[in-house]
Design a protein around this ligand. Structure first.
Ligand SMILES: Cc1ncc(COP(=O)(O)O)c(C=O)c1O
Length: 377
């Protein structure tokens, strides 16, 4: 898709002249990792005194921010993570972007920030994906990871919501987050999010609060913390950036949304796919000690994590604080079946029976000459 086509489809988007050149000069490195290589372009829309200003596509680079900005002192920040895939026929499609838009606005409401109009969110994710189309990697598990975020920029130290906010979208051509399986430690001490807190939305502070546990986990040679509920430290919640499932006696169990768990879009997709292949899915409170007992007895045969970044990744070991290790083995037929189904849809190889994929060409509505995204037919 040429820069002229994108500009014709999105006439209200101000495209910096340096963008086309930056994209032309960009080369995908051989080794990508996850979130390590940044796309040379970014999207910005500013909210000033109650009004969204015109949006811009800019070369990727440092942003200037006042040292007194609210985000730097009171963490008024929200974000999202979604992926664009390039199919073998060249089509570029986003996976369930409206779900991310809705969740972004739930985060905005919780953090006292302005809702972002659908047209701006969709224009931004489509424009960045369209400009990067030729640089979206296409091997299995690879995609363009998009990171929309919003920050409060009012420059005073008063403890109050920022009136002015900046919305950005940056992107990263990436591989899946984890190759292989996760070794997980049950976090019996800290908690990630409290009832009535911000765990059910996507705000930067949640992740900062998880860093100390993450460091302990890594220094012990493990990959992830498994968070328990904040009041009793008894029921499993999620990993720091993923939801969790357990296969017990052939039934798929996942923690019910407790108010402190992020409602993952992949979690929802997995539940739909599991039901489609005839599995029973149960959302309930899962007592960690019961789960460990079912692993020991052999009733629980698989535990896996899921999220946009990790897709579906098996858990091979659950370690308790007292050092006991519960091994799950490396046979994960259900996780692997669900992974095949999910990535088959995401990467355009299988029929998209759920209507989850959003080809960006459709969103630009070139035929209609629409100036902004106007909704999927
Ligand atoms: C805390 C947390 N839980 C779960 C998820 C999985 O959500 P999704 O599947 O929408 O990526 C994420 C990632 O966004 C997360 O940060």
């Amino acid at each position: 898709m040429s820069s002229e086509n994108i500009q014709a489809a999105l006439p209200s988007l101000e495209i910096d002249q340096k963008v086309a050149r930056q994209i032309e000069d960009f080369e995908l490195p051989e080794k990508l990792g996850f979130g390590q290589v940044m796309a040379p372009v970014m999207y910005r829309a500013r909210f000033r005194e109650g009004v969204w200003q015109s949006s811009e596509l800019l070369p990727y680079g440092p942003i200037s921010i006042d040292p007194a900005a609210k985000v730097l002192h009171y963490s008024q920040e929200i974000f999202e993570g979604l992926k664009a895939y390039r199919y073998s026929n060249g089509t570029v499609a986003l996976f369930r972007p409206l779900e991310n838009w809705c969740r972004f606005n739930r985060s905005a409401e919780r953090m006292c920030m302005p809702a972002i109009p659908e047209a701006i969110f969709m224009e931004g994710v489509s424009a960045v994906s369209a400009f990067m189309a030729d640089h979206i990697p296409t091997s299995p598990g690879q995609s363009l990871y998009l990171r929309p975020f919003m920050i409060g920029v009012d420059a005073d130290l008063g403890l109050a919501a920022s009136v002015n906010n900046d919305f950005y979208i940056i992107a990263s051509p990436s591989e899946a987050y984890q190759q292989g399986s996760f070794k997980v430690v049950i976090e019996r001490r800290d908690c990630r999010a409290a009832q009535g807190g911000t765990g059910s939305v996507k705000v930067g502070g949640n992740y900062a609060a998880a860093l100390a546990a993450g460091r302990r986990v890594h220094s012990a040679g493990y990959d992830q913390s498994l968070w328990l509920d904040p009041s009793e430290h008894r029921y499993i919640e999620e990993l720091s950036g993923m939801n969790v499932f357990a296969l017990i006696n052939g039934v798929l169990h996942t923690p019910e949304l407790s108010g402190s768990i992020l409602p993952g879009i992949t979690r929802d997709s997995v539940m739909n796919l599991a039901k489609q292949v005839g599995l029973t899915v149960v959302e309930r409170r899962i007592d960690i000690d019961d789960l460990l007992a079912t692993i020991e007895s052999g009733d629980c045969t698989e535990v896996f994590a899921c999220g946009t970044a990790a897709v579906i990744t098996p858990v091979s070991v659950l370690a308790d604080a007292n050092g006991t290790r519960y091994e799950l083995g490396d046979q994960n037929p259900i996780a692997s079946q669900l992974h095949t189904l999910l990535t088959g849809i995401q990467e355009g190889r299988h029929d998209d029976v759920f209507g989850w994929n959003w080809p960006i060409e459709d969103m630009f509505s070139f035929d209609k000459g629409a100036s902004t995204y106007s909704g999927k037919a």
